[in-house]
Design a protein around this ligand. Sequence first.
Ligand SMILES: NC(=O)c1ccc[n+]([C@@H]2O[C@H](COP(=O)([O-])OP(=O)(O)OC[C@H]3O[C@@H](n4cnc5c(N)ncnc54)[C@H](O)[C@@H]3O)[C@@H](O)[C@H]2O)c1
Length: 251
Amino acid sequence: MTNLFDLSGKVAVVTGGTRGLGKDMALGLASAGADVVIIGRNVDPLVVKEIENKGVRALGISFDLLDFDHYDDLIDQIVNEMGHIDILLNNAGVQKRHPSVDFPKDDWDFVMNVNANAVFFMCQKVGKLMLEKGYGKIINIASLLSFQGGLTVPAYAASKGAVMQFTKSLSNEWAKYGINVNCIAPGYMETDMNTALIADEKRNTQILERIPSGRWGKPEDMKGAAIFLASSASDYVNGFTMAVDGGWLGR
Ligand SMILES: NC(=O)c1ccc[n+]([C@@H]2O[C@H](COP(=O)([O-])OP(=O)(O)OC[C@H]3O[C@@H](n4cnc5c(N)ncnc54)[C@H](O)[C@@H]3O)[C@@H](O)[C@H]2O)c1
């Protein structure tokens, strides 16, 4: 039987793939056979090595996704070195916390630029190549805050709401050309992004009490959904946001 989850011969690009959820998803795609490019502000060569150790080709590119004027150069470099792009996983994201009444404009713009604008324009640029080929898998990392408002994180909620919405817009335009555009919405995951929440005993207890599976998510919990949405197993899944949240949204 054909392995529906086999990614051999595919090239995956993972933004923010040097740590946290992105790193584990990059390793997951590599273990399914994909060659992997990780993009981050400072790529750790040890992570590139770890991916190569899965027996695939790996490339690390240090690039700031706020550098919108150089996306074409970035994509040219990837295509020159890897040959093509089959899978785009837009994972890089940032968080800023302030009460809404005092939320600084600079932080608002920063969060919207990294979490929403960079994701859209990476989809646009890489999507153009995928449209020419008639094949592609795009996975955008949304959040529970694509559905909910959160507390003191209005820019993050706005940016992740935008990601879930424009994922549907892109899917509506591109599904018929063989491109699947979907999101994964991680729940509360143990990564650097949540250091402040985990350290806040009261909020940590409140969060844990609400998660049906009774624990914070781990980066490795993201691998299965990433492989599924990157592989032919999901060929008829379009414009969907899949939660990996230990059951949080069901409460
Ligand atoms: N941790 C969670 O609980 C959680 C929950 C829901 C959604 N998410 C989302 O998952 C994704 C990964 O989160 P994480 O917890 O692993 O975060 P993290 O802070 O551990 O990692 C974020 C990654 O994004 C990269 N990045 C940020 N800004 C960048 C830029 N301008 N240019 C290039 N790279 C940049 C960082 O270098 C890093 O590799 C984010 O989109 C985040 O919003 C996380």
